[in-house]
Each structure stands twice: as structure tokens, then as C-alpha cells.
Design a protein around this ligand. Structure first.
Ligand code: ASP
Length: 581
């Protein structure tokens, strides 16, 4: 397949079976070593690997020159076989070398040594960075994932539909990139945070099952798992239950994972948001390790210990075997962190060799309380027990964070543990300005049918038909069953403090079409960059994106962003303010 008019074979595929054949290979010079006065060994590299070519010493080739080499495959002499190299048993002899392009010396070695080079330099010379094995592998893993996703979606009758990049502002919560309109100075398009609006309208339009590997843009601070632009498998389906959506998306994710790792994932387990919070303290639980949050509130029902008496929620974790390594400074740091997160404090107890609990507060705990804590947390000598007593939210938050800090392996490390977190709350917290609840996901998520009666009495307890997919503690994506009836939509808007008039102004263009017959529908979107990073064994999504932005949002290769040409600005009706100092 890869033979062309210039080459017969790829460098990395030659083996002893090819001995005696005359072949042509093309690629870049990975290294050159003198061999006596007459000859030189040139390692020629393409994306499949390197092959050793024995060339005349007077051929002027240096690192990264682009060559076409025609030679005869022959066995290497005994003693020169390189067992670490797939092509290490053979070499090309009688070589004719054609220099297709000379090259400047590269700013860093085109191999694993460049892993240590500063990221800005790697990004400035990204085209050289991508020449390396690691980046070649990552981008090919990515292509495999995309292709497996497409096959899985098509096998399930999803239709790929492209949606626009110049869109109105949508109410999904993230800060948007704006694009000025030349025809209407002072007016702006937004770049899509996601195709949410359009995919729902495609359901009204009778497309039944839509998908797209969609570019989404959000102007938010960049992190290891976040870029301004990222790719999502975006999907929407009509006439479905939540389980239908989870099954369809689950097939795409597992097909992608299987294409890369070969591992077959039978079904992805489900866990309610409340269980996730109770057991792991976070809404993206990492199921690869234990240290689960253990309920202790009832143990201290009649306690004398002031810090625990009357607390709404008391939970503990057992950082097994960590007592010795956690000296006073580290424990103080954990306590500070707990306080920064809003807890009144953190109680730590070390399990001594005789099983007793050692801690400055141990004397305040009765023998029964100590025994029950040890029993519930399965305490063994050398363990470190951490306890928080606070509101349910704070207790879960703090212990969830400490559990991750103390036990979480790198995100890419196997085993891969997928979990659907379902039944997210419909509303989260109160808006500081309006005092009204804020939407958990977006205002169009279907409330759980069993909770409708609680709408007026206890809105914060209403669950949504909203779900996230989590892999090794990373949120891959979210989705929901959507509201398709106006009465229910109005009820949610009312709870959010959005008047009919406001709703019409803000969301009319989106909701009015529903009056023409919106089917029941729901969907999901998951981040391909994150999935690929984990499957490729990378901690940072920038490693699986061909041309990412740096953490500060710039591109050292193209120097963007750049100031605009004043003429262009005038045409757009834009005057810029001097930069802030
Ligand atoms: N548009 C949503 C997101 O990007 C996903 C969905 O609800 O389908 O998170």
C-alpha cells in the first residue's frame, strides 16, 4: 500500500525475508556513523522505523537530509546485529543515494531526547516534533480512534451532519470566541461551544440519529486536559430513553478503545451522582483505586469530641500504609488544603503497630468510637486515617480531593475504568445576583420524572436526566435527555428565575422551532482529545493534538495571536484599546 513511484518499501518493514531484494526507501537521515575510511552507516527514518544503509563515505549526507536510497537487503555481519531494532538483522548494501533535499541541523534531536526539551520549543518546531516516534504514534492512535468512532456510529445508523462554525451565542455557560461581522459592524458571531443548538434542531427536522466529530471552541483557561479548541464526538437521537443513549455512545467509546488497545469492554457500569459523591467525593470518580469515603456520622452520634459533635456529615478515608511517609509537615499541608476547601478542619489518626490510633485528638475519642472507626475503615498498622466532619457537600469535596491527591495513579495508567455517572442534580447552587438556582448542565435538561413533585418544595433535590462519562477520573463528556415540551421548559425557566419574556429573547430562536413538533430526544458529547490522551498513555492532551496552543493560549510556530492590521479593523468597525498595563 505504501509503495509509490519513488519507493518500494517502508524503512521499518524490512526483515530477513527481504534478503537479496533490491529495494528503494525514502526518508530522513536519523544518524550517520563513519565505518572505516571508505564507508558510512546511515540510519534512514520514516514513520515506520529506521533501516541501516551502508553508503560510500564521500556521499555528503547529514542529520535530517531527505534521501532516496536504493540498495540490496543483506544480512548484517555477525556481531553487528542489533536485537533492539526490528530491522536490526539486516542492512542495505550497494547503496545509491539520491539527496532529495538538504536540511538545516534540527534545533533538537528527533528522538526521545526531545521529550526533555521545553514545550514552547517543541511547539515552535512542531513539524520536527511530529517527526518523532512518540508524536507519530499519538497522531496515529488519534486517527484510529476517529475511524473506529465513525464506523461504530454508522453501524448504528447515525448520520453525519456538519453544523456551522459561525453561530449565535448559545447559553451553554462557557465564555465564547466572538467573530466580528464585516457586513454589520458592531455585530458578532460566536464560534460554537458545541453544536448543541443545531443538533437538537436536527431532531425537530426528523434526522433521527445525528453525529459529528465536531470542533468545539471555548475561551477558558487552558490546562492539561483543556484547549481552546477541542474535538467531540457529538450525537443526538430521537425517541429514546437515557439507556438508549448510553448504549449507543458506549458502543462508540468501547469500539475506539478496542481499536487502540485490543481490550474488549463488555458494558460500562453506571453509578448515580449521589453514590459517586458519597463513595468517592467527586462527580468524576477514579475507580482504579480504593480508599473510598466511609460513612462515620452515626459512630459519633453521642460523641464528646466537640469538632465532631452535631456535625451534619462525618466521613473518613484510609490512606493505607501511608502513616510513616506522612510526617508532621505533610499532615499540616493536608489540613491547610482541607481548610482552603472550606472545611473547619481535618482529623488524622495513625494506626500504631498494636492497632491503637495515634493522634493529638485520640484522647477525645471514646474506646468504642475508636474501635468502630478502625473496624469500618479496616485499619491496619501503618495506615493513615483522615476524617472530616462538616456539611455533606464539604465533607465529600474535601475527602474526594484528598483521596485523589494521596492515591490517584497517572490518568493513562491501566486498568481503564469507565463509568457512567447518572442522575446529576438539575440545579447546582444559587446565583449570587438573583438568589435563584443555577442549571447543573444547561437549562434544557429533562428533570427526572420521579422528582417533578419536588419542583416547588425542594428544587435543589430534583435530579436531571443528565449523565457524564468518566474514564480514570477524567470527565470524557456529558449529555442529557432534553425537554421537548413547552410547559416543562417553562417550569424550569421559572425555577431559574427566567421570565417568559427573557426566555423568548434569549432562547426564542431555539425553542420556537420546538412548537413545530419536537420529538422526545437526548444526546451526548465526549472529548476525543481526552480519550486519545489516555489511550496513548499521555497525561496532557497537547501531546495528542497536532498543533495545540501553549498553556497561555499562544502558538509559537505561527506566532498567533497577532495584532490585527489597522485596515482590517477599520473594515470591521473595530477600534482597539491600548493594551492593559
Ligand atoms: N453540548 C454538550 C456539551 O458539549 C453535550 C450534550 O449535552 O450533548 O457538553
Amino acid at each position: 500500500m505504501s509503495a509509490t513511484s519513488m519507493r518500494t518499501n517502508m524503512c521499518g518493514e524490512l526483515r530477513t525475508a527481504h534478503i537479496g531484494q533490491t529495494v528503494s526507501v525514502c526518508g530522513w537521515v536519523a544518524s550517520r556513523r563513519e565505518h572505516g575510511t571508505q564507508l558510512a552507516f546511515v540510519d534512514l527514518r520514516d514513520h515506520t522505523g529506521v533501516v541501516q544503509c551502508v553508503v560510500d563515505n564521500d556521499v555528503d549526507v547529514r542529520s535530517e537530509f531527505v534521501l532516496r536510497v536504493t540498495g540490496v537487503v543483506r544480512a548484517r555481519l555477525e556481531g553487528t546485529v542489533n536485537a533492539n531494532l526490528p530491522t536490526g538483522e539486516i542492512e542495505l548494501g550497494e547503496c545509491q543515494v539520491e539527496v532529495l533535499r538538504n536540511a538545516e541541523p534540527p534545533p533538537f534531536p528527533i528522538d526521545s531526547r526531545a521529550d526533555k526539551v521545553e514545550e514552547t520549543t517543541r511547539l515552535q518546531f512542531r513539524y520536527l516534533d511530529i517527526r518523532r516516534e512518540r508524536m507519530q504514534r499519538n497522531l496515529r492512535v488519534r486517527a484510529k480512534v476517529n475511524s473506529a468512532i465513525r464506523r461504530a456510529m454508522e453501524a448504528q445508523d447515525f448520520v453525519e451532519v456538519e453544523t456551522p462554525m459561525l453561530v449565535p451565542s448559545t447559553p451553554e455557560g462557557a465564555r465564547e470566541f466572538l467573530v466580528p461581522s464585516r457586513k454589520e459592524p458592531g455585530s458578532f458571531y460566536a464560534l460554537p461551544q458545541s453544536p448543541q443548538l443545531f443538533k437538537q434542531l436536527l431532531m425537530v427536522a426528523g434526522m433521527d440519529r445525528y453525529y459529528q466529530i465536531a470542533r468545539c471552541l471555548r475561551d477558558e483557561d487552558l490546562r492539561a486536559d483543556r484547549q481552546y479548541e477541542f474535538m467531540q464526538l457529538d450525537a443526538e437521537m430521537s425517541f429514546v430513553s437515557q439507556d438508549d443513549v448510553l448504549a449507543a455512545i458506549g458502543k462508540a467509546v468501547t469500539a475506539a478503545a478496542e481499536a487502540v488497545t485490543g481490550e474488549i469492554i463488555p458494558t460500562i457500569e453506571q453509578m448515580t451522582w449521589r453514590d459517586a459523591m458519597n463513595r468517592f467525593g467527586v462527580d468524576k470518580p477514579d475507580l482504579r483505586f480504593g480508599m473510598e469515603l466511609t460513612e462515620l456520622t452515626d459512630v459519633f452520634g453521642t460523641t464528646e469530641f466537640k469538632a465532631f459533635a452535631g456535625a451534619a456529615c462525618i466521613k473518613g478515608i484510609n490512606a493505607s500504609g501511608k502513616a510513616d511517609e506522612m510526617g508532621r509537615n505533610k499532615l499540616d499541608a493536608l489540613t491547610d488544603k482541607a481548610k482552603q476547601m472550606g472545611a473547619k478542619g481535618l482529623v488524622w489518626l495513625k494506626v500504631a503497630a498494636d492497632g491503637s490510633l495515634e493522634s493529638p485528638v485520640a484522647k477525645f475519642l471514646s474506646a468504642d468510637e475508636q474501635a468502630e472507626v478502625s473496624r469500618r475503615l479496616d485499619a491496619k498498622p501503618g495506615d493513615l486515617i483522615l476524617i472530616v466532619a462538616d456539611s455533606w457537600d464539604t465533607t465529600c469535596d474535601v475527602l474526594g480531593q484528598l483521596r485523589n491527591d494521596l492515591g490517584r495513579p497517572p490518568v493513562w495508567q491501566g486498568p481503564y475504568r469507565y463509568v457512567w455517572v447518572i442522575e446529576f442534580p438539575l440545579f447546582v447552587g444559587l446565583d449570587k445576583e438573583t438568589g435563584k438556582p443555577k442549571p447543573g448542565h444547561h437549562p434544557f435538561c429533562m428533570p427526572h420524572p420521579d422528582d417533578l413533585a419536588m419542583f416547588d418544595t425542594d428544587p435543589m433535590a430534583v435530579r436531571a436526566m443528565a449523565y457524564d462519562l468518566v474514564l480514570n477520573g477524567w470527565e470524557l463528556g456529558s449529555g442529557s435527555i432534553r425537554i421537548h415540551k413547552s410547559e416543562l421548559q417553562r417550569k424550569v425557566f421559572t425555577a431559574l428565575g427566567i421570565s417568559d419574556e427573557d426566555a423568548e429573547k434569549k432562547f426564542g430562536f431555539f425553542l420556537r422551532p420546538f412548537e413545530y413538533g419536537a420529538p422526545p430526544h437526548g444526546g451526548f458529547a465526549f472529548g476525543i482529545d481526552r480519550l486519545v490522551a489516555i489511550l496513548a498513555g499521555e497525561e496532557n492532551i497537547r501531546e495528542v493534538i497536532a498543533f495545540p496552543k501553549t498553556q497561555s493560549g499562544s502558538d509559537p510556530m505561527t506566532n498567533s495571536p497577532t495584532p490585527a492590521d489597522p485596515k482590517q479593523l477599520t473594515e470591521l468597525g473595530i477600534r482597539t484599546l491600548p493594551p492593559k498595563v
